[in-house]
Design a protein around this ligand. Structure first.
Ligand code: SAM
Ligand code: SF4
Length: 346
């Protein structure tokens, strides 16, 4: 048993590989109003409400992380904007922006509820948001999201823009699905003033539908296609995450590529992920997690919680474990994650 006195709450979170943990992604719900085929099965069973952290508990947890040096908070899900009362939580977090402790409060959303919430998000100090959008074709959109309506999302994006939010579009690259839209989506983003990032599809859970590996479209191929049409310059911009950026010189656009399956970003990884039940995942590609709900609920005082957070960060692994190459002949993927992205928040 560790008998050393606990560190002061304000001591920054540094993991065993000398990486400062400054970025927390928080999944505030596992529910969603879409059923994207690469993310959820058609008939998802969601967590019982009693398992979820309340908004007050989420506030306590996030505030503890901010107190320990987290400067960037990304709210995600499931679909964060379908959680009841979520704007109360954004309002509460904005106090950390006001105090200067938090540098950025942001969210990743499917855009369906943006018309309703964009203005208030801006009021709460949100400046940039990520909106997931894989296609501009209405029928294809309905097909990939199962339950979504493209017009509603586009209207939400317009509302976000009107509220002064900068929008980054995240598109999952899917072979045979949006390959033919690489340039139309790029051109649309240029016209609308949105950044664009492509995400490589990850093997997540048993979704009860076709093998997602069939739709794997390597981002190196997208990059090569851009290079056929544009002068592509690699940018040094790094966010501590799996994104790399290029500039298309002819349009000045910045295009991102997120390749979660490569190891090339682990050495600079500055992030951890909190689920809506209070599980802290130290690495997207590993199963290890720490339960923070128990210490949170055990005492109104944050000392035990802070200790639990530090103990978890001390276990952050050096790197993750995804590897398509370990796919066996039986079609089982070596690095496949059994949990859904909607659980850890992508
Ligand atoms: N509902 C919100 C949304 O869609 O933006 C936030 C949560 S969603 C899980 C976060 C991101 O994960 C989305 O951009 C989505 O496209 C991505 N995602 C989900 N499943 C994925 C998978 N199997 N591979 C790669 N990206 C995935
Ligand atoms: Fe919902 Fe986002 Fe998953 Fe699509 S990717 S099902 S919008 S959580």
């Amino acid at each position: 048993m560790d008998t050393r006195p606990p560190l002061p709450a304000s001591t920054p979170l540094i993991d065993p590989f000398a990486r400062a943990i400054s970025y927390l992604r928080v999944s505030v719900t596992d529910r969603c109003d879409f059923r994207c085929v690469y993310c959820m099965s058609e008939n998802m069973t969601f967590l019982p409400k009693a398992d979820l952290l309340t908004l007050e508990e989420l506030d306590r947890l996030c505030s503890a992380f901010v107190g320990m040096g987290v400067q960037k908070l990304r709210i995600t899900g499931g679909e964060p904007l379908v959680r009841k009362g979520i704007m109360t939580f954004f309002r509460a977090m904005s106090r950390h922006l006001d105090s200067g402790a938090l540098k950025e409060l942001t969210l990743t959303t499917n855009g369906s509820q943006l018309r309703k919430h964009a203005a208030e998000l801006a009021e709460c100090g949100v400046r940039r948001i990520n909106v997931s959008l894989d296609t501009l074709d209405e029928a294809k959109f309905a097909d990939i999201t199962r339950w979504g309506r493209l017009a509603q999302v586009l209207d939400g994006i317009t509302a976000a823009k009107d509220a002064g939010l900068r929008v980054k579009i995240n598109a999952v690259a899917l072979k045979g699905f949006n390959e033919d839209e690489q340039f139309s989506l790029t051109d649309w983003c240029a016209r609308e003033g949105h950044d664009l990032t492509w995400i490589e599809v990850m093997p997540m859970g048993d979704l009860g539908n076709e093998n997602r590996l069939d739709q794997y479209w390597a981002l190196s191929d997208l990059r090569a296609r851009y290079a056929d049409r544009f002068t592509v310059t690699d940018l040094p911009d790094r966010t501590g995450g799996p994104a790399r950026y290029v500039r298309l010189e002819e349009t000045g656009q910045r295009i991102g590529f997120i390749t979660p399956l490569t190891h090339n970003f682990c050495e600079s990884c500055n992030r951890v992920r909190l689920t809506c039940t209070g599980e802290l995942y130290m690495c997207l590609g590993q199963e290890d997690m720490a339960d923070l709900r128990a210490p949170l609920r055990a005492s109104p005082d944050d000392a035990a919680l802070e200790q639990a957070i530090r103990a978890a960060i001390a276990r952050k692994p050096k790197g993750h474990d995804f590897d398509y190459s370990r796919q066996s002949v039986a079609g089982k993927v070596g690095g496949q994650m059994s949990r859904h992205m909607s659980h850890t928040g992508g």
